[in-house]
Design a protein around this ligand. Structure first.
Ligand code: TRP
Length: 336
């Protein structure tokens, strides 16, 4: 398929620098495969990040860390566009126009805004409020067809579609209507916390035994798996209702080793958690080892990273500019 027949995938990632095993198994793992079949564009959303307090040095470091980790996970800068949001001014420019096509009421209904403003009561800023509008600009600038995100972002995809539809209604044929691409069950969609299998694995868990970071050292990974919460019935069988902790570990082990759930169950028949938990830990250590090592190498090679994000921003800006020009013309701005 030639590049212009391919559909476009766009995704934004927060520069937290801390990607978890859940992020990897739920989404990032599939990125290298997707880049063969789609035009893939991945953006580190540093502009979204400053809607909450950031330490400037930490933000800069985290932005590069995410980029390095994406490359280490198999994204190829020759095949996919990798860039930093603030390097492409069209994002801020389109966001302004889209602000004027977003209703106060619909933005007020966003649960992420409500949650974040409850959490950061000292900093309920307008950027937090228009966060979904900037996100819509990210997506619509590239005429993206598919947007891989976690389910927590589904409301933001909906408002993006509503804004696109409203704009297209007044100015037909401007934006491609994007669709959320949510990981399907069985694709490792949802990895749960090791400390509380009722919760999704998240780097913001206050119990750091609950999550595995891609950059965790082998001994930390082993310790966290050995402490993983299970149950008193020592059988290793998949039963998400009755045995959520064990089921989570089975899923992780299956994904890390490429085995099926049935194969994992068969492997551990008659064996206990004392065997199983370290086995999961070791499988994850081996899965993550090359990613961590490659990331560390890349972070030592700042020139290479700079080349990647500079070229990425050039390619992104070219596509984005075309959309922005069209939008500016449609709303009646004089051509500059
Ligand atoms: N809001 C997304 C998140 O927190 C990040 C994001 C910003 C994004 N812009 C995007 C995701 C565009 C997909 C497409 O995960």
């Amino acid at each position: 398929m030639s590049d212009n027949q391919k559909q476009t995938i766009f995704s934004g990632v927060q520069p937290s620098g801390k990607l978890t095993l859940g992020n990897y198994l739920g989404a990032i793992r599939n990125f290298p495969i997707l880049q063969e079949e789609y035009n893939c564009i991945y953006c580190v959303v540093d502009m979204h990040a400053i809607t909450v307090h950031q330490d400037p040095a930490a933000l800069r470091r985290a932005t590069l860390e995410v980029l390095a980790q994406y490359i280490a996970c198999g994204l190829d800068p020759e095949k996919s566009i990798l860039f930093i949001q603030s390097h492409v001014p069209a994002h801020a420019e389109l966001a302004w126009v889209l602000n004027c096509f977003t209703m106060f009421g619909e933005a007020s209904r966003m649960t992420q805004f409500k949650d974040k403003s409850a959490k950061h009561t000292d900093n309920v800023n307008v950027g937090l409020f228009t966060y979904p509008v900037l996100m819509a600009a990210d997506i619509l600038l590239y005429q993206a067809n598919l947007v891989p995100v976690g389910v927590d972002q589904s409301q933001h995809i909906e408002i993006c579609r509503d804004i696109a539809a409203r704009f297209n209604n007044t100015h037909p044929g401007t934006f491609t209507m994007p669709t959320g691409y949510f990981p399907k069950a069985g694709e490792g969609a949802k990895v749960m916390s090791l400390a509380d299998p009722a919760k999704k694995m998240s780097k913001s868990d206050e119990n750091e035994n609950g999550f595995i970071l891609l950059m965790d050292k082998p001994e930390d990974i082993m310790r966290k798996f050995k402490r993983a919460v299970t149950d008193s019935d020592a059988r290793i069988v998949m039963d998400p209702q009755e045995k959520p902790g064990v089921s989570n570990l089975i899923q992780i082990y299956a994904l890390a080793t490429g085995k099926t759930v049935a194969e994992v169950e068969a492997e551990f028949v008659g064996r206990g958690y004392g065997d199983f938990k370290p086995a999961v830990g070791e499988a994850v250590v081996e899965l993550l080892r090359p990613i961590r090592e490659r990331t560390e190498d890349l972070l030592k090679n700042k020139d290479y990273l700079e080349q990647v994000y500079t070229e990425g921003a050039q390619k992104a800006a070219y596509v984005a500019r075309k959309t922005l020009d069209k939008v500016y013309r449609k709303v009646g701005f004089v051509k500059r």
